[in-house]
Structure formats: C-alpha cells, structure tokens
Design a protein around this ligand. Structure first.
Ligand code: DCT
Ligand code: MG
Length: 499
C-alpha cells in the first residue's frame, strides 16, 4: 500500500529544517513543490532522488499536503495511485499535477521543471475521484492566459485541430474567428489533464459552440470531419506551403495562389514574379531553416553571439528569449535581446555586432532595421505588429562542431553546418524589461497581457512601455516582476507562459 504520511494543510508537519539532512541548497523554483511517491520507487531511491532534486534548486516535500503542486510516481498502477490520492482527501487534488517519473528525470537533466507533455501525465482518472472535490472546470480558469500557468501542452488532439481551424480563418482574413480558436486552444493547453467529456468543459472560458462541436466530433470519432476537410483543401495546403517560406506572409501566398501557382518550382520558374531579398534567401536556405532548431543548437548560437557581443562591449547584456526562454526543446528560430547600459548606444551595438558576425563569415543573410524609437509617440494607440527598437532578422551559419552532441537531424551532420533563422532586438536598457516580456511570448500570452491591461486596468502595455490611462503616467519597470506587479498580476515564470 501507499504508506507515506498525508498531512492536510494546517496540521503540524516537519519543517524543512527539521528534516533528516540539512538543506542548504538554494531554492530556484519557488512555486513548484514536489512530492515523490515512495511505493514501487523504494525508500533509498526516493531519498536519492530527493537529494538530487534539492541540489538542483527544487523544493521536495517529505509529506503529501495541500502545499504540493506536483506528485511524481514511478511504476505505480494509475488506478491504485489515484485511489490512494483520493483517500488523501486533499481539497486541491484536481489542481495537483500527477506525473510519471519521466517528467522528473527530464527536469533533472534540464535543471529546471520541464514543460509537462501528455506522455508525462498519469492519465487514468477514476471517475469517482473528483466526487468530493469541485470539478476541474469549477476551479475558476481565467479567460486571460496571463492568469493561467501553462507548462503543459495538454489536450493536443483538440488543440492541433483548433490550430488548423485558426490558420484556415487567418488565410481567409477572418481574424475574429481565428483568434477565437487560438484562445480556445490556449485554455485547453493550460488544463492539468485531458478533457474526457464535453460535460467537464461547461465552466471553461473561451470555448464557444463551434469549438465544442469540433471537440464533440473528436471525442466521438477520434477526429473532426471539418478539420479533415480543411487539411485536404488545395488552397489551404498551398497557402500553408507558401507561408512556410521565410518572408512570405498570407497575402503574398494568396496572390501567388490566385495566379494559379501551386508549387515552389512554379514560383521560381515564373519570370514575372519578383522575389524580395528575404524571400530569395528563404528559398535558398529552405531545406535548413524549415527544420526545427534544437535547444542544443540555440545554446551553441548563444555562445557564438555572446562572445562576439562581449568582444565589442564588455558590459553588454545578451539574453536568449522567445520559445527557448519558455523551456521549449525546439523552435522555428532563435530569438535574442541585446542591450547595453550606455544610453543611446543600443543601435550601434547591434550594427557593430552584425559587422563582426559578417567578418566571421557566419552571417548568411541580414535584414537590419534601425531604431525608430521615440518616446513622444508612446503609448501607441493600437498594437502594431513590430516594435520600434533596432532589430534584425538573420540567417546564420552554425557549425556542427559548436553544438553539443552535434546538429539535430542526420542530413545536417553530413555537411558539417546548417543555416538557422535568428532574430535580434536591441532596446534601450530602461525599456529592456518590456521588450523581454514581449519577446519571450508566447504570442497568445502577450495578447492576453495587453488585453488584461487594457480591459481590467485601463493601462496600455506593449514591448516599449506600460502606461496608466487613469493616472496619465508611464510606469517604470526594471524587471518583468515589476510589470506584473504594476498590473496586479501574480508573477508567471517564463516556462509557465506557453499559452
Ligand atoms: N514578437 C514580438 N514582436 C514581433 C515578433 C515576435 O513581440 N514582431 C514576440 C512574440 C513571441 C516572441 O516574440 C518570439 O516570436 P517567435 O519566434 O515567432 O515565437 P516563439 O514563441 O519563439 O516560437 P518558435 O519556437 O516557433 O520560434
Ligand atoms: Mg522563436
């Protein structure tokens, strides 16, 4: 049986300092509290894993209580584990993540809590489990992604379908519908478990009739007929193919489609089509840059760029941002922010950096956009797709020898290098926190932060600043935490922003 003690909140339990081994390790992940289930794992392995996790900055609770956020089990049968958990009578059980040891070992390897994927989650939920607890949906799920912690990529079977619908609406310029499906997908991603029936969704925000009808089809038939139809549609397939080229947006893709073009070769052979520099390079390096970039490759690029930046300005700051900052294993590009404490030097820092990379022979393509930053134009009334900071969209050469474990994918290894898409943005230091928050994404998280600021706080937030429309003043921030605090929001860590 499961024998570890269960202590409801409020009852005295061992303080960490009273636990057997002294705990001097620094806590790095304050809002993740692990509990390792001893059964099947065994006492000595549990003790070893506990030490390991603590040495990496994780909090590991000795007893199961309502403070625990993640229960980790090894080799236990899902049904008996859930039965035992139910007996623990923890009121917050529906919000506790119940995870397989693979999530724990992945997190130890990475040195931080990794995003929870479906494979990590112990799914078998005994129907009676939640009888005494409020159903998951009744534990209020906010309509704003910035009030949800999204570490999971749960409910992929539904969210993949919603993404196809959103994209199809985007191709038809039906932005409201597109956003509706993106919001719905974002809510499902944040749930700690798979949705097993439509009944359990009735209190969830952002799920309209259409979204529920699609879910119903999937629950009944394993797939959605509407989504299948889109996937086999020639226009959808062609626009999807064309927009996969760097520099080709939905408008250009549609223009080419309406001209009767259906393949890359038909575009490249058509002499009446003028490709801009970005698109020419998009086609030239398509094989490389259409493939996912791995975390090891992103880390290698960080080292290369960091060295170049510091050779120019020793006190410059380079930060890896975008999906990799959120803990993603793969991305379509690598995003960086670079800045310097020297006010007004950001733009020239970026230009000098580009010159240096060019001399190193690793800059394959560069679209540099100088700063148009002007405080007197802020706050910008409606959100613009691009911020005003100096930035560049690059294709860089990455040598296999720089990457720990080599390049990802076999083909790349044979040539010894690959081309990678890199974005660099260079804000002034006093706007760094806003730029970092914006460029860390996810896009849906950013959208909801801006919407929350506007609707709930009468404030305007973008990548440059936060403006309080009631007080008619700008609110300064040195860190992302300052921005969350100004908005009256609980701080959400980057890896919890995968909305
Ligand atoms: N962003 C922004 N302004 C832009 C473009 C992007 O503020 N003009 C933000 C949104 C997310 C973040 O920067 C990074 O953008 P992407 O690289 O497109 O997204 P990602 O989350 O890094 O996804 P991927 O892993 O596919 O690169
Ligand atoms: Mg990115």
């Amino acid at each position: 049986m499961f024998r570890s003690p269960v202590v409801p909140r409020g009852r005295k339990r061992l303080r960490p300092e009273e636990a057997a081994a002294p705990r001097r390790e620094e806590v790095k992940f304050g809002d993740v509290r692990l509990y390792l289930v001893e059964r099947k794992m065994g006492r000595s392995r549990r003790s070893f894993l506990t030490q390991l996790a603590r040495s990496k900055g994780f909090i590991v609770e000795d007893v199961l209580s309502e403070d625990v956020t993640h229960v980790v089990s090894e080799g236990s049968q899902a049904s008996s584990l859930w039965k035992w958990l139910k007996e623990s009578a923890l009121k917050n059980l529906p919000s506790i993540h119940v995870l397989d040891i693979s999530w724990f070992t992945d997190s130890m390897k990475q040195g931080r809590p990794v995003a929870m994927e479906t494979k990590h989650i112990i799914k078998e939920i005994v129907p009676t489990l939640l009888e005494d607890c409020p159903p998951t949906a009744a534990v209020a799920v906010s309509q704003y992604a910035c009030q949800r912690r999204t570490t999971t990529q749960n409910n992929k079977i539904f969210t993949d379908a919603f993404e196809v619908l959103a994209e199809s609406y985007e191709f038809n310029e039906m932005d409201g519908w597109c956003l509706g499906f993106r919001r719905a997908a974002s809510v499902l991603k944040s749930l700690p478990q798979m949705v097993q029936s439509l009944d359990s969704t009735h209190n969830l925000p952002c799920l309209g009739k259409h979204a529920k009808a699609v879910m119903d089809e999937i629950l009944q038939h394993g797939h959605s007929f509407e989504v299948e139809k889109i996937l086999s549609d020639e226009r959808y397939q062609t626009l999807k193919l064309f927009t996969s080229v760097f520099g080709v947006g939905p408008k250009t893709a549609d223009k080419w489609y309406r001209r009767g073009l259906r393949s890359f070769s038909s575009i490249l052979e058509d002499s009446s089509i003028h490709l801009n520099q970005m698109q020419q390079n998009g086609f030239l390096y398509y094989g490389d840059i259409s493939r996912a970039v791995s975390k090891a490759e992103a880390e290698a690029l960080t080292r290369v760029i960091d060295e170049a930046v510091h050779a120019i300005t020793p006190d410059a700051v380079l930060t890896l941002t975008g999906g990799f900052r959120r803990g993603k294993e793969f991305g379509h590009d690598v995003d960086f922010i670079v800045t310097t404490p020297e006010r007004g030097e950001e733009d020239s820092l970026l230009r000098n950096l580009l010159n240096r990379l060019r001399k190193q022979g690793i800059l394959l393509y560069c679209d540099y956009q100088p700063s148009t930053f002007d405080m007197s134009t802020l706050p910008v009334q409606s959100f613009e797709a691009m911020d005003q900071f100096a930035k560049c969209f690059l294709i860089m050469r990455l040598d296999s020898s720089h990457v720990e474990g080599g390049l990802h994918g076999d083909q790349r290894d044979s040539r010894g290098w690959t081309a990678v898409r890199v974005d660099l943005v260079s804000p002034p230091m006093d706007h760094y926190a806003f730029a970092l928050l914006g460029w860390s994404g996810s896009r849906q998280f950013d959208r909801d932060l801006r919407r929350f600021a506007r609707v709930e706080r009468r404030m305007t937030l973008d990548n440059h600043c936060l403006y309080d429309r009631t007080k008619r003043e700008f609110l300064a921030a040195m860190t992302e935490k300052d921005i969350f605090a100004h908005l009256g929001l609980e701080y959400i860590e980057p890896w919890q922003r995968n909305a």
